[in-house]
Design a binder for this molecule. Sequence first.
Ligand SMILES: [Zn+2]
Length: 111
Amino acid sequence: MSFWNQIKHLFSRSNQTMNQPNESAMSQMAQPEISQEHLVNLMQRLEYTMEEAYSCEEAFALLDEYVELVATDEEAKRLMPLVKNHLDMCPDCQDEFEILLHILKTADSDE
Ligand SMILES: [Zn+2]
């Protein structure tokens, strides 16, 4: 089951529980696998992941800087890990990065 499906699944279960408060007391004890705490924990993880991930716009805004770092210094991956993460996940930005890197390297060797 994917992470997203897991979350949807948890939400649908927790909604059911809220709609049936009288029955839930017993059934919750019988089915301890879903707790509100567990759900909150999952959502916090999700929110954290989303905050940490760059959008294409954010990655693109830093791409020039990142390319220069990569061209001059392999530390780029450590200095700008969020850009690196986005490039790993996003083929479009990865392409853009390759092009910029190529341009930068070509310009350097010409002069
Ligand atoms: Zn992207």
